[in-house]
Design a protein around this ligand. Structure first.
Ligand code: TPP
Ligand code: MG
Length: 376
């Protein structure tokens, strides 16, 4: 038998390994790829990135102080998240992983609503029934964050298919990590989107790690973008730490999907500079040197340098933006800590329009049971 490809050789039909970029490390834009983003939008993206980083730092401190139970942030991945979210139109929907709360805030979710979710208090929309950082923001066209890896991928494809059937001009974008490419939902979503040509953007945040599993352990594919090719979905690799490149590629994919051109798989090549979450210690499985190298690629620094070159940002604006988010956070935290916990009865509510008899019985038993009595 004559196999066309020898074991270990590069198979035909792979995606380009080239990583599309616009900004160099000093914030100079390449005229060939520059999406010529208006400065107001570039500033808005930068401010959102700055805000997201400040929020992450504060929430991690609150977790260390024992005031909240958990936090998962996006340090180092802000451009991948915020520049892509900024490229989506208002009518489009985002189906996030757990690192994209900044995108919901960018779309108008109130900081108080997010902080209430971090505390799981009575004002939290899911009433403490979700983990912290698992917000829900329907008004912002941002689906509820789900904890199981990959489930948002099929949700995004189904939503896009429904929009296509109804002839609505809606594009969906789903964010997921490199680890999620090993999930069943990734296969189901990619295959369905390819066959039915749904208007869906697959935004893979390749941050190099799935908790402690490196990309080398995750896949034997040459690149993650190759996985798009396997499903007949056009795939492109982008520097995920380069806000302008992320914006330009995402916007082009939205326009193609909106015009009936089907899905796009975008591999956002980035790096998770922090821990996976507040429950993780990355020094147990990776060298710190690697993280230091990543600091040089910091997405905030690169966009700031670009803005500086256009005289579109100043140190005074930086300080003002940092002070604003610090005080906004203090107000929201104080309110969230003063709010009561959700009632025990609420555990049973908001699932069924008419609560079935067995739940009515269980609710009564629970509210009259020992959990509602004062601790002795
Ligand atoms: C179905 C499922 N399996 C396992 C987990 C536990 N888990 C939480 S995060 C994570 C790693 C995900 O890595 P990746 O997709 O690369 O996303 P990243 O955290 O790097 O953004 C795992 C395995 C889970 N939440 N759901
Ligand atoms: Mg990852």
């Amino acid at each position: 038998m004559n196999l066309e490809t020898k074991p270990g050789s590069i198979p035909p039909g792979t995606a380009s390994k080239k990583i599309v970029g616009v900004l160099d490390f000093d914030g100079r834009a390449d005229p060939e790829t520059d999406p010529k983003l208006d400065l107001a939008t570039a500033r808005r993206i930068y401010e959102a990135m700055l805000r997201t980083r400040a929020i992450d730092a504060r929430l991690m401190r609150l977790q260390r102080q024992g005031r909240i139970g958990f936090h998962v942030g996006c340090e180092g991945e802000e451009a991948a998240i915020l520049a892509s979210a900024a490229a989506m139109r208002d009518q489009d929907w985002l189906f996030p992983c757990y690192r994209e709360v900044g995108a919901a805030l960018y779309r108008g979710l109130s900081l108080q609503t997010y902080i209430d979710n971090m505390y799981g208090n009575a004002n939290d929309i899911p009433k403490g029934r979700q983990m912290p950082d698992h917000v829900t923001a329907r008004a912002q066209h941002f689906s509820s964050i789900t904890a199981p890896i990959g489930t948002q991928i099929t949700q995004a494809v189904g939503f896009a298919w429904a929009a296509k059937i109804r002839k609505q001009d809606v594009v969906t974008a789903t964010y997921f990590g490199d680890g999620a490419t090993s999930s069943n939902d990734f296969h189901a979503g990619m295959n369905f989107a390819g066959v039915y040509q749904t208007p869906t953007l697959f935004l893979l945040r390749n941050n190099g790690w799935a908790i402690s599993i490196s990309s080398e352990q995750q896949t034997h594919s040459r690149t993650y973008a190759d996985k798009g090719v396997a499903y007949g979905v056009p795939a492109i690799r982008v520097d995920g730490n380069d806000a302008l490149a992320v914006y330009g590629v995402t916007r082009a994919a939205v326009e193609r999907a909106s015009a009936g051109g089907g899905p796009t798989f975008i591999e956002l090549v980035t790096y998770r500079t922090g821990a996976h979450s507040s429950s993780d210690d990355p020094t147990a499985y990776r060298e710190t040197m690697e993280s230091e190298e990543a600091q040089k690629r910091d997405p905030l620094r690169r966009l700031r340098r670009y803005l500086d070159r256009q005289n579109a940002w100043s140190d005074a604006e930086q300080t003002a933006a940092e002070e604003k988010i610090t005080s906004e956070l203090s107000v929201c935290i104080e309110k969230a800590e003063a709010a009561p916990a959700p009632s025990i009865a609420s555990m049973f509510e908001e699932v069924f329009e008419d609560m079935p008899a067995h739940l009515v019985e269980q609710q009564a038993e629970c509210v009259n049971g020992p959990r509602t009595r004062k601790r002795h």
